[in-house]
Design a protein around this ligand. Structure first.
Ligand SMILES: [Zn+2]
Length: 76
């Protein structure tokens, strides 16, 4: 079972690089059971989607900036 910090880390990694199928599966299982992380991932997707709507694909730098803001707002 993943810890929340690990799940959040993996969720972030999914957007910037490739996770192995086992890590993705573990993350998926964690998200099924953990509504904190589900909410985090939902916010993440929403924010990244908003950036994408503005001007195509989000750059790695933009993704990083969004993630940083999310981490700050979630207080971890
Ligand atoms: Zn969690």
């Amino acid at each position: 079972m993943l810890k929340c910090t690990q799940a959040v880390e993996d969720a972030n990694t999914m957007h910037t690089s490739k996770l192995g199928w086992w890590r993705r599966f573990s993350l998926f299982m964690h998200l099924l059971m953990c509504h904190h992380c589900r909410r985090y991932v939902r916010q993440l997707k929403m924010l990244l989607g908003a950036v994408k709507d503005m001007h195509g694909e989000a750059s790695d730098e933009e993704v990083e900036r969004v993630l940083k803001r999310l981490r700050e707002s979630s207080g971890s």
